[in-house]
Ligand binder design. Structure first.
Ligand SMILES: [Zn+2]
Length: 509
């Protein structure tokens, strides 16, 4: 069994979860479920980044202890992930002792290598990014990612990590392993960044107490980014647990495109310094923008995730986000209203009408003409189209173009609907009663059941509940079946259960 270790960015504990977080976790969950469907031994990690200046300030502002504050936020995130059916195997929180232990070991290893030195830092610090900013990274004296927010002039004596030492190794990494940073546009950005020359980076902060103590100097805490990145290995029990030996290096680390510098430059350098292998691939996904602005703590609150889930169900929200937001790019909605309208439209058109009607028609015809039982037929016009859609789907999924996999799935649904219109099973049934052969109607209905079954399997990573329900209505056995053994699974289909409505139309709710 091939192991597959998948992580997402750990979310920063300075506010409630919003759609931007949801898109990332759902996409990662789709990949985790798909890999499991391909027989991989998947380990899927998500978590919370709970230290840093902003969290400390947020807790102070709310008259709360940092630990109480992050406990409350972590609960809030976990509640949403449960409602969205995110199938993570672990949830790492950087305030946990297991994380502190792992970070301490990691810092000691880098210290032994002689890659830390003390120096004075003078410059700007954006608490929004929890990052030091150079003058030329600012726009009109502000962080372009956090316009309108205060940027602080900071002077402190810190421990620095000698990132510059790793320039050549990092450049070789991105040049010889183009899959290390994906998609390609992100790789180009990172290559340019490394080529432009790397400066040493802060590894500690002297005035922040909410964090992991810096091993060589207990008056300092480890700089929050340095320590947050380590969560991907501390969660596995770095340095010597069995899980770490088995799962590391990660097969895929999913992050937002705004933090590629940390994950594709700092992170591999930290690992190289500590003598730990670098991840196999980092994927920088795009953003969902509303009214031209990236969703954030301030702009995302208008769209409450739990309310959106209540609107048409968790699976419908998963479908909508994965269909509309390309996994390798951005998706802009002009306003919150447009977002909600598009959600309603996709729900009604794709799920309730196209898929719902197809299921309804097929189940009622199999019930009426064949007493609810028909053998699947893997040959014929529809079945040939089904094989083509499935292969497009798998190619897209293997390449992490998740939206394209859904397009292939609904292309099959659309083709199956027109197949019904063209073959007119009701006419075939009438002819049968007049003595015509039953073979043609058997083939039409058998192909339709087969196409619906394959649709259920294709939808399984995206709509886990509804896909299982669909499979059940078709009389299928264990779900989801292994992607490589679909033909065996298809043989379990055929005793349909009429009367079930997978996606009620809004007026019927
Ligand atoms: Zn910023």
């Amino acid at each position: 069994m091939t192991s597959f270790y998948l992580t997402t960015a750990i979310d920063y504990s300075n506010g409630e979860p919003h759609l931007g977080h949801a898109v990332e976790k759902i996409g990662a969950d789709v990949i985790a479920r798909y890999r499991r469907g391909c027989g991989d031994d998947v380990y899927f990690l998500i978590g919370m980044d709970e230290h840093g200046q902003k969290v400390q300030k947020e807790a102070d502002k709310n008259d709360s202890q940092p630990q109480d504050w992050v406990n409350r936020i972590a609960e809030s995130f976990q509640r949403v992930w449960q409602r969205l059916d995110i199938s993570n195997d672990d949830f790492i929180r950087t305030s946990e002792n297991r994380h502190h232990l792992g970070v301490t070991t990691l810092m000691e290893k880098i210290g032994e290598k002689g890659d830390f030195h003390r120096a004075k830092y003078e410059g700007y610090y954006c608490a929004g990014c929890e990052a030091f900013k150079k003058e030329d990274e600012l726009e009109n004296g502000q962080c372009p990612l956090h316009l309108g927010r205060e940027i602080e002039w900071t002077e402190e004596e810190n421990w620095f990590f000698e990132l510059s030492k790793y320039s050549a190794e990092l450049l070789e990494l991105v040049q010889t392993r183009p899959d290390f940073v994906r998609p390609r546009s992100r790789l180009n950005e990172i290559t340019r960044l490394i080529e432009s020359g790397l400066e040493d980076i802060s590894a500690s902060r002297s005035r922040i107490s909410w964090g992991v103590p810096f091993p060589e100097d207990r008056d300092h805490t480890v700089y929050v980014w340095f320590e947050a990145l380590a969560s991907y290995i501390t969660a596995l029990g770095y340095p010597d647990s069995e899980l770490f030996q088995k799962m590391w290096p990660a097969d895929l680390q999913i992050i937002g495109k705004d933090i590629t510098r940390f994950h594709c430059v700092y992170w591999p350098a930290i690992l190289l310094a500590a003598g730990v292998p670098v991840p196999k691939s980092v994927w920088g996904h795009g953003f969902i923008n509303i009214g031209g602005a990236k969703l954030s703590k301030s702009s995302g609150t208008e769209l409450d995730l739990l309310e959106l889930i209540d609107r048409h169900g968790a699976d419908a929200l998963r479908y909508f986000l994965m269909r509309e937001v390309p996994w390798d790019g951005d998706r802009n909605f002009s306003s919150v209203d447009e977002f909600v309208q598009q959600f309603d439209r996709r729900y009604t058109t794709d799920l309730a009408n196209d898929l719902g009607n197809l299921l309804n028609r097929v189940v009622s015809m199999v019930s009426k003409y064949r007493n609810g039982m028909i053998a699947t037929v893997p040959e014929g016009e529809l079945s040939n189209h089904m094989k083509m859609s499935l292969s497009t789907y798998r190619e897209a999924m293997d390449d992490y173009r998740l939206h394209k996999a859904l397009i292939a799935t609904f292309d099959l649904v659309g083709f199956a609907n027109s197949f019904v219109d063209q073959t007119k099973p009701w006419t075939l049934a009438k002819e049968e009663t007049k003595g015509a052969s039953s073979a043609e109607l058997d083939s039409v209905l058998g192909q339709l059941i087969c196409a619906l079954g394959v649709t259920a399997v294709m939808l399984a990573p995206f709509l886990p509940d509804k896909a299982a329900e669909l499979w059940g209505v078709l009389g299928g056995g264990e779900f989801p079946p292994h992607f490589d053994h679909l033909s065996v699974a298809m043989e379990t289909l055929g005793r349909v259960e009429p009367g079930s409505v997978l996606f009620p139309r809004p007026e019927e709710i």
